[in-house]
Design a protein around this ligand. Structure first.
Ligand SMILES: N[C@@H](CCC(=O)N[C@@H](CS)C(=O)NCC(=O)O)C(=O)O
Length: 193
């Protein structure tokens, strides 16, 4: 296993915020315990990092975040989060095959079910009509997640569950986009909590 520090390519106002949040949950400090390469973006101003041959060799799709850890190179924010949790271990990661599989399931669900309906609202796609459509798409999805979270605090683990990378992946999708678009989670109290 690589000894070198984990490097994340991506500015913090992007999906790179997901691995950054997770690394902080492990008590790690940016640019001390892990490295941020700022690729520029809406907040920091675009820069040329993503057009360098070094970056494109890591991710030919030119998207952020990208993680480099020794020989291990990953793109896709949720895959990066799962790698970090597996690497750093402890209660935040899956403790057995079933937990790891369910963590993967929630990572996929966050970006296949929820993100396609939250993200367009951030960009005000379709105006008021678009917003109404995305909210209506989200209703059955949030009903389902709210049911899954009945009598639970977290997605993974027995009884009320324990905080894991699954919650980071789900909340960094639903929670962050939800806050950005002032989404009203009141009808889904377990999701809101
Ligand atoms: N499914 C990918 C999506 C990656 C993605 O679309 N990243 C955006 C930033 S959040 C990007 O790189 N967009 C092009 C750009 O910023 O130039 C993931 O979760 O990592």
């Amino acid at each position: 296993m690589a000894e070198e520090k984990i490097t994340i390519y991506g500015h913090q106002a992007s999906r790179a915020s997901r691995p950054y949040w997770l690394l902080r949950e492990y008590g790690m400090t940016i640019n001390e315990d892990f490295i941020e390469v700022d690729t520029g973006g809406p907040v920091t101003g675009y820069n040329e990092v993503r057009d360098t041959s070094e970056f494109l060799a890591l991710n030919p799709y030119r998207l952020i975040p990208v993680m480099k850890h020794g020989e291990v190179v990953l793109y896709e924010s949720q895959a990066i989060c799962q790698y970090i949790a597996e690497y750093l271990g402890g209660p935040l990661c899956g403790q057995d095959l079933a937990e790891r599989a369910r963590i993967n399931m929630y990572g996929l669900s966050s970006i296949s079910n929820f993100e396609p309906n939250f993200l367009p609202m951030v960009f005000r796609q379709g105006g008021a009509e678009g917003r109404a459509k995305f909210e209506s798409n989200l209703e059955p999805l949030l009903n389902a997640l709210n049911a899954e979270l009945k009598d639970r605090d977290y997605l993974i683990g027995s009884e009320r569950g324990r905080f894991t990378v699954a919650d980071v992946m789900m909340a960094s999708t639903i929670g962050q986009y939800g806050r950005a678009v002032k989404f009203d989670f009141t009808p889904w109290p377990n999701v809101k909590a």
